[in-house]
Unconditional design. Structure first.
Length: 117
C-alpha cells in the first residue's frame, strides 16, 4: 500500500511536468495540425504515437516529446521505486482521460487507434 501511495503522489507531480512537456507540443502548430488530422495520438503507455505516416519533422518532434516524457518517467520511477513502465502506464491512462480532446486519436488497451468522440 505504501508503494502505491508513494507512486500515486509522485505521479501527481510528474503529470504536472508531463503537462508542461505536452504544453510545448500543444503550442506547436505542426503538432496541433498532426493531432487534429489524426496523424499522431496519445498511446496508453504514456507516449505520443504516430497513427498514420508522418513526415520527418513531425516524427522528430514526436521523438523529442517522448524523450522528455521518458526522462520524467525515469525520475519518478527512481523516486518511487517503481518501474519506468509502471509510471508511464499510469501517466498514459491519466493523459487519455484528461488530455485527449474530442476528435483526437488515442490507442486503446488492445493497441488499436480510436478517435475520441
Amino acid at each position: 500500500m505504501t508503494f502505491l501511495r508513494t507512486l500515486f503522489l509522485s505521479l501527481i507531480l510528474v503529470l504536472g511536468a508531463v503537462a508542461a512537456a505536452q504544453g510545448q507540443g500543444r503550442g506547436d502548430p505542426q503538432i496541433e495540425a498532426a493531432r487534429a488530422s489524426g496523424v499522431i495520438g496519445e498511446r496508453i503507455d504514456g507516449y505520443l504515437g504516430i497513427v498514420t505516416s508522418a513526415d520527418a519533422e513531425i516524427t522528430r518532434k514526436v521523438q523529442d516529446i517522448n524523450n522528455r516524457r521518458r526522462a520524467l518517467y525515469e525520475q519518478t520511477a527512481r523516486e518511487t521505486g517503481g518501474t519506468v513502465q509502471q509510471v508511464a502506464r499510469v501517466a498514459g491512462e491519466r493523459q487519455l482521460a484528461d488530455r485527449v480532446q474530442s476528435g483526437e486519436f488515442f490507442m486503446d488497451e488492445s493497441g488499436t487507434w480510436q478517435r475520441k468522440p
